[in-house]
Design a protein around this ligand. Structure first.
Ligand code: FMN
Length: 349
């Protein structure tokens, strides 16, 4: 694929991701989770703290902006806005796929990030590469992507459904588990495995439990759905377009993925929750279910596109809503909410 085709695809991805038809709305499971109100919290709202440790680093919040397209020139300004805001507010941030930097001789996006890094030296940042690329890439090239970004970790994304439905996709995951095990051992940076909106089943997580991952970002069903987006990009009535409609609701919900992760992953593996997280209350629910960190992709993109002031208000809202959820459940901090017995129940309507 040449640079022009690559950029066109990334531009289409951004446009389609903003279309509500490509959101698996109502399927995250979050509407069914109810946090139990404590009418008598023994604390004041201004005592509530949301700071966390992220892979050993102190952060002011448990939030991150999940990795999004870094693949074309329009994204430079979006990335800059997000990076500045994330550093200022103590959010972590993932970059979008670095496949282009891996595969293309010219037009490297790393240069853009290196320049931006000078403006945000304290930002906790994650690199990003697809498992389909990781399986075949030489490790020194992958390590270089992480080092030159000044990243704290490498996020490896899995996106089987997207690759299968994308007309020019790479649905090649044979050898994936072994490659992950190798990278966890040899890379020299923490490895985070992330889905992209289809989540993880308990059975898959069991296979991942002891391979040395530092975190799993479940990115479950309930938000941006790449099966739907690739269907919109495919030719009308083509096999890919029809398969996209058939698989429009495919995936493991964000709620069930987090519950499975909490049941199966050892204590040393952080649970990150993304996929259809749309409020600070959603974040509180996921923390109560066992998540250490909560991520937003599409809402962060939308807020950044609306400008720096809207982005600030949106980020502040997520933080304020999480603090209210903590206060009204009588939890002084995120860890207290995670450990609280009986703090959530499944809604019976
Ligand atoms: C425009 C856009 C581009 C994305 N690009 C990437 C990517 O390059 N790598 C990746 O791991 N995930 C990518 N994602 C997936 C997100 O990180 C996230 O897993 C998914 O969108 C679910 O979160 P959401 O429902 O909050 O959007 C992208 C998401 C969006 C909206």
């Amino acid at each position: 694929m040449n640079t022009q085709q690559f950029e066109a695809r990334k531009r289409e991805h951004i446009q389609h991701s903003l279309d509500s038809a490509h959101q698996a709305q109502g399927l995250s499971g979050l509407d069914q989770i109810h946090l139990v109100h404590d009418a008598l919290p023994e604390l004041n709202l201004d005592e509530v703290r949301i700071h966390t440790k992220c892979l050993g680093k102190d952060l002011a919040t448990p939030f991150y902006v999940a990795g999004m397209t870094a693949g074309h020139p329009d994204a430079v300004q979006i990335n800059r806005l997000l990076a500045l805001a994330c550093q200022e507010r103590g959010w972590a941030m993932g970059v979008g796929s670095q496949r282009r930097d891996l595969e293309m001789e010219s037009g490297s996006f790393l240069d853009h990030w290196k320049k931006l890094r000078e403006e945000v030296p304290h930002l906790v940042l994650f690199g990003n590469i697809g498992l389909a690329q990781l399986i075949h890439a030489p490790i020194h090239k992958i390590r270089r992507l992480v080092e030159e970004l000044g990243a704290q970790a490498l996020a490896v994304h899995v996106n089987a459904l997207q690759e299968a439905i994308q007309p020019e996709g790479t649905p090649s995951f044979r050898g994936g588990l072994e490659a992950l095990r190798f990278y966890c051992r040899e890379l020299g940076f923490p490895v985070v495995l992330k889905e992209t909106g289809c989540g993880f089943s308990r059975a898959t997580l069991e296979r991942l439990a002891d391979i040395g991952l530092s975190a799993v970002d479940v990115s479950g069903l309930g938000g941006t759905h790449w099966g739907r987006i690739e269907g919109a990009r495919a030719e009308k009535n083509s096999v890919h377009a029809q398969a996209s409609a058939t698989f429009a609701n495919w995936g493991e919900s964000t709620v069930s993925s987090v519950q499975s992760a909490a049941a199966v992953l050892p204590a040393g593996v952080e649970i990150w929750a993304s996929g259809g997280v749309r409020s600070g209350l959603d974040s509180g629910k996921l923390i109560a279910l066992g998540a250490h960190r909560v991520g937003y992709a599409k809402p962060a993109l939308e807020a950044a596109l609306a400008g720096p002031e809207q982005l600030r208000i949106w980020m502040e809202t997520q933080e304020a809503e999480l603090k209210i959820a903590l206060f009204c459940t009588g939890s002084a901090h995120c860890q207290a909410l995670r450990k609280k017995e009986g703090v959530w129940r499944v809604n019976v309507i």
